[in-house]
Design a binder for this molecule. Structure first.
Ligand SMILES: *Cc1c(COP(=O)(O)O)cnc(C)c1O
Length: 604
């Protein structure tokens, strides 16, 4: 791994390391630390979420270019279309730039709930497609009719026959023009990867082959067969291999062709859903296909089926969300404390006469040489074990115990610096005992919910110090009072960080690829709200920080969970002297994250 934290594996040329810092590989190539400094200067000292709309734009362009190139290569007659699934990131500061970057491609939006549909109806570029998935009631179907009446090119994807019946009802009741209809098929082939369960015969969604035939009959009975334009499937998020996609394509391709041959004249598109993966691993590649392979497999497979069944080649729709959004957002968490900082040598208070094991620890510390480093480190850890037992039995006192802990930590530190850890493999043997714990000013529940919920790995890297060798095997703690708010050291995927003195220097960790799903999945555990966020945009080679959105105020968080904030303020103001209440009011109007009192960069 060395110092690069796998950036060559997951970085996709969005960032690079130069002069020991992470820089944005775009325009004037600012360093992340310079952006962080700028924002902190304005008083925002907690965690930061940096959004880079140019990366979203690049992903949209890359997706369209890959498919259009494949279509050209295979002389494919259908057209490529794509929509962004809003569930992956609905926030306005992400969506507005996405919609404007997508305009020239006709890039549309996908909605899976009423609220998402309202976003799509309001902001989607007219002429770009809207698709609507998920379970629907009559109101939601009616909303689709209303969107259609606004001039949107909208397709309702039917998840069950009852939804089709609702369309017939709304049509009769309102006399409005109906939206297009798509059928979501329940594939017998499943996906791969962690989220594979959205595909397959047991999946929550889609119509069985019997239901598809029934649906088409129902449409014919109501003279609505011309509404049917799309076949849809979604085999689950983050496919790590392409094989299940090929199976799903063959399956849905044949369904498309069969329906065409049954008389579905306007059926013209296959929507392959999402699932296009991004690389999250900092250790070894975990996605085993390129976008170009993905595109060319889709185009080639559908072309073959169309030829075999003698039907026209379908337009291709994708609903890739993760691929479009993940890389665009970086979470920056300030390190508040290194656990071992409490074990500074200056706190050591040896007695005139010490217990023999403590004396021995002291000698190990004093006499350590590079050659003896491993051995002494090991010995010290054994000694500490014994001393802690002696403490529990009442044979040594609290001062002795404190001295033992300080000496052991100092021995470990000295050993690591003597060894200069060229050989991380060797050091790993000791990792269990000598990890450093880094306390970070962020909430894992709020900012990395997929780590908490499904152990999703995210690339992590300090944004400075990259010209120095990281020497501490690291566990990360967040500031929630929940012991699950931790990213423990993992022997298989070891994270090494720098041994920093936070009284002299700042240290920030970047969590990358957090733009997909994390924003609205994040939860307010312990009442920590979203980090302060900003869009980092570039104009004439200059960095401009746009749409700064401060982390929520304490009083607003309380309001969100339905406290009567008037009452809170009135009770507190009655019980406190005016001057104290004035101070308290300031705290109520500030966010929950911790503030470091002093910061190296802020003084510059
Ligand atoms: C979630 C979802 C997507 C997006 O999947 P990604 O893996 O993020 O690309 C696309 N289509 C449907 C129907 C979905 O439910």
């Amino acid at each position: 791994m060395k110092n690069k934290y796998g950036i060559d594996i997951w970085g996709d040329d969005n960032f690079f390391i130069e002069d020991g810092v992470v820089k944005v590989d775009y325009s004037c190539s600012p360093s992340l630390i310079s952006i962080v400094k700028d924002i902190r200067k304005q008083g925002f000292k907690g965690p930061l979420l940096l959004r880079f709309p140019h990366i979203t734009k690049k992903q949209i362009k890359t997706l369209f270019n890959a498919f259009n190139a494949s279509m050209k290569e295979y002389d494919y007659k259908g057209k490529f279309n794509a929509v962004f699934p809003l569930k992956v990131n609905q926030l306005p500061n992400f969506i507005h730039p996405l919609v404007s970057a997508g305009k020239k491609y006709g890039y549309g939006l996908e909605a899976g709930s009423k609220a998402e549909l309202i976003i799509a109806m309001t902001y989607n570029n007219l002429g770009s497609p809207i698709t609507v998935n998920g379970f629907k009631d009559k109101e939601m179907i009616h909303l689709c009719f209303i969107a259609k009446s606004m001039g949107h090119d909208i397709t309702v994807i039917i998840e069950g026959l009852n939804e089709l019946e609702m369309i017939v009802e709304v049509l009769k009741e309102t006399n409005m023009e109906a939206p297009n209809v798509g059928l979501r098929v329940r594939l017998h082939s499943g996906g791969s990867g962690v989220w594979a369960k959205s595909g397959g015969i047991d999946s929550k969604f889609g119509l069985t082959s019997t239901e598809i035939l029934e649906a088409f009959e129902l449409m014919q009975d109501n003279n609505l067969e011309d509404l049917l334009t799309m076949i849809h499937f979604h085999i689950g998020s983050a496919m790590n291999t392409i094989k299940p996609l090929k199976k799903a394509l063959r399956e849905s391709g044949h369904i498309y062709a069969e329906l065409k041959n049954l008389g579905a004249k306007k059926l013209s598109s296959i929507n392959i859903g999402g699932g296009l993966s991004v690389e999250y691993s900092a250790y070894e590649q975990s996605r085993f296909y390129s976008l170009n392979e993905f595109a060319s497999d889709v185009v080639f497979t559908l072309k073959e089926i169309a030829r075999q069944k003698g039907v026209e080649e379908p337009n291709i729709f994708t609903e890739s969300g993760r691929f479009i959004s993940a890389a665009s957002t970086v979470l920056i968490a300030p390190v508040l404390e290194l656990f071992s900082a409490e074990y500074e040598l200056s706190h050591l208070k040896l007695k005139g006469v010490n217990p023999p094991l403590i004396q021995e620890l002291h000698d190990l510390f004093r006499d350590m040489t590079k050659k003896k480093a491993y051995e002494f480190m090991h010995d010290s850890i054994d000694h500490l074990e014994s001393l802690l037992t002696l403490f529990d039995l009442g044979y040594i006192d609290l001062q002795d115990r404190s001295n033992a802990e300080i000496l052991t930590h100092q021995i470990i530190k000295k050993a690591i610096s003597l060894l200069q850890v060229d050989d991380y493999e060797e050091l790993r043997k000791f990792d269990k005992n000598i990890q450093e714990k880094y306390l970070l000013n962020f909430s894992l529940f709020q900012s990395l919910p997929d780590y908490w919920g499904i152990n999703q790995e995210f690339p992590i890297m300090p944004i400075t110090h990259l010209d120095k060798k990281p020497t501490r095997s690291a566990s990360l703690w967040d500031i929630t009072c929940d012991s699950d708010g931790e990213i423990p050291f993992d022997m298989q995927k070891p994270l090494y960080l720098h041994d920093v003195n936070l009284n002299k220097e700042d240290y920030f960790l970047g969590f990358f690829n957090v733009g997909a799903y994390q924003d609205t999945l994040g939860m307010k555990h312990n009442l920590f709200s979203h980090p302060t966020e900003v869009n980092v945009v570039f104009k004439d080679d200059e960095v401009i920080l746009e749409k700064l959105l401060e982390s929520q105020k304490v009083i607003d968080i309380l309001d969100d969970i339905d406290y009567d904030t008037e009452e809170i303020q009135s009770i507190l103001s009655k019980r406190l002297p005016l001057e104290t209440y004035e101070i308290l009011k300031k705290y109520l109007n500030d966010n929950s994250y911790l503030k470091t009192i002093w910061s190296y960069y802020d003084d510059e």
